[in-house]
Design a protein around this ligand. Structure first.
Ligand SMILES: Nc1nc2c(ncn2[C@@H]2O[C@H](COP(=O)(O)OP(=O)(O)OP(=O)(O)O)[C@@H](O)[C@H]2O)c(=O)[nH]1
Ligand SMILES: [Mg+2]
Length: 437
């Protein structure tokens, strides 16, 4: 284990096998069964199992134990009776509350953010994802370090002296910050390569699959593009962005990208360290919001996805909701894009929709030219979707109706270099610009 890692309790180092789940409903609200179900799924995604549950309704968190001392004692008894050593709680606790609960219950206490960070750590496969999750864990732990060394101060320090805990805290803070800036530099270098690849795609229509975790985004990418991306019935199966080209029936194509899924209260440190992974969402021409049609909580989850899109400045991008997993439900609403990424139902309809959106985004025009050699024809076909190509065999003149990827100016420059007479009529004929025709 490297030095920086010894600073932090990493949940992944420990067995998260049998867990006592504590669910607290704050502000007079009722215990939400969907929220509990999601916490159980999160524990399972961290390879654990919830074997017992305790719930509590309270107006506001208790400063000391979050749940209040009496409840904390009840939790301790429950854990002891079942021989459990791990408690997961559905809220986010302060380091002091975690420490006090751990002391009282003699268990390891993991809050919601720490649990999500742990799942990301388990799921990270690529060097980038591993660095990003480490950065997120450091960002999460940095303000909490003081609580972690507090016990050392109780051992030796007197009033007015610097305790061993405080000295250790400074050392750790320095080490954590140094490690964070080293990771940021490494990620910058790795992300620079991705930006170059991205620039090469200029003019391509990019579609990003966004949605709640486990809604079926990776399965859909695989179905559309035969991408071979890992998909699994586990939260946060995907932590990297994968982009593939989808060839459309009219000869055009789009780039489809699959990326990290969202969840309610996605930890801030994760959002910021995965920001460049999520850039693909902000740069999309179209977002397919993939929703699980069979999920009872689907509308709340869609709201969470929309809120998260706004947080990453992707709220204003054109988006279409795609209701996935339609094979699991009786019938879907009329007029909605309803598909099954698993069985393929509705996929042709989705491809038609993508083709329509792609065509809408092109610069359509009618091009006339006195002559069109093979090189020019190849250029036009590579830079546009050609709907009709008519050549007058006597004069050699050509008339083409095409939708350009990179705009009319691009074509005009090419025509100027390649033929002596040409005209380009965008949309309405009388706005055309021409030379000699
Ligand atoms: N029945 C059914 N299951 C599906 C469908 N699409 C995906 N699944 C299943 O749903 C689970 C999650 O699928 P993924 O494609 O990994 O979901 P994801 O949105 O990429 O999830 P994250 O990467 O965690 O955000 C897998 O077990 C899939 O087999 C579908 O149309 N029908
Ligand atoms: Mg996925």
């Amino acid at each position: 284990m490297s030095n920086h890692q010894t600073l932090f309790r990493t949940v992944t180092d420990e067995l998260l096998e049998r867990v006592l789940l504590v669910s607290v409903a704050l502000g007079g609200s009722d215990i939400d069964p969907a929220g509990i179900a999601e916490m159980i799924r999160l524990v399972e995604s961290a390879s654990g199992e919830v074997v017992s549950q305790v719930t509590q309704k309270r107006n506001r968190p208790d400063g000391g134990f979050f749940v209040g001392k009496g409840k904390a004692e009840e939790i301790a008894l429950e854990a002891e009776g079942l021989d459990l050593t791990t408690i997961v709680i559905n809220c986010n606790l302060s380091p002091g509350q975690v420490n006090r609960l751990e002391e009282l219950t003699k268990c390891k206490v993991i809050d919601r953010t720490e649990l999500i960070l742990a799942i990301f750590a388990v799921q990270a496969r690529t060097p980038q994802a591993k660095l990003r999750i480490e950065l997120a864990q450091l960002g999460y732990m940095l303000p909490r370090l003081s609580g972690m060394w507090h016990h050392l101060d109780r051992l030796g320090a007197g009033i007015g002296t610097r305790g061993p805990g405080e000295t250790q805290l400074e050392v750790d803070r320095r080490r954590a910050r140094a490690r964070m800036s080293s990771i940021e530099k490494k990620l910058e270098a790795l992300d620079a390569g991705a930006k170059v690849r991205h620039r090469r795609r200029a003019g391509m229509f990019s579609v990003t699959l966004a949605g709640y975790t486990n809604s079926g985004k990776s399965t859909l990418l695989n179905k559309l593009c035969d991408a071979g991306v890992h998909s699994e019935d586990r939260l946060f199966a995907t932590l990297d962005t994968t982009s593939r080209r989808l060839e459309l029936p009219d000869g055009g194509s789009v780039i489809i990208s699959d990326t990290v899924g969202f969840i309610d209260k996605l930890p801030k440190s994760l959002l910021s360290s995965f920001r460049s992974t999520l850039d693909v969402v902000g740069e999309a021409d179209l977002i397919l919001l993939v929703a699980d049609a069979a999920d009872h909580d689907r509308l709340t989850k869609i709201s969470t996805v929309v809120e998260t899109l706004e947080k990453i400045d992707a709220g204003s991008i054109n988006r279409i909701t795609v209701w996935n997993k339609c094979d699991l439900i009786e019938s879907s609403g009329a007029g909605e894009m309803s598909i099954s990424a698993l069985t393929g139902e509705g996929i042709d309809k989705l491809i038609d929709l993508l083709q329509m959106k792609r065509r809408e985004a092109l610069d359509w025009c009618t091009v006339k030219m006195d002559i069109c050699n093979g090189e020019l024809e190849y250029w036009i076909r590579s830079n546009s979707i050609v709907d009709s190509f008519i050549r007058d065999n006597n004069s050699g003149a050509v008339e083409i109706v095409c939708g350009l990827y990179l705009g009319l100016n691009h074509l005009r420059k090419k025509l100027d270099r390649s033929c002596s007479k040409w005209s380009v009529l965008p949309g309405v004929a009388d706005t055309g610009i021409s030379k000699g025709m």
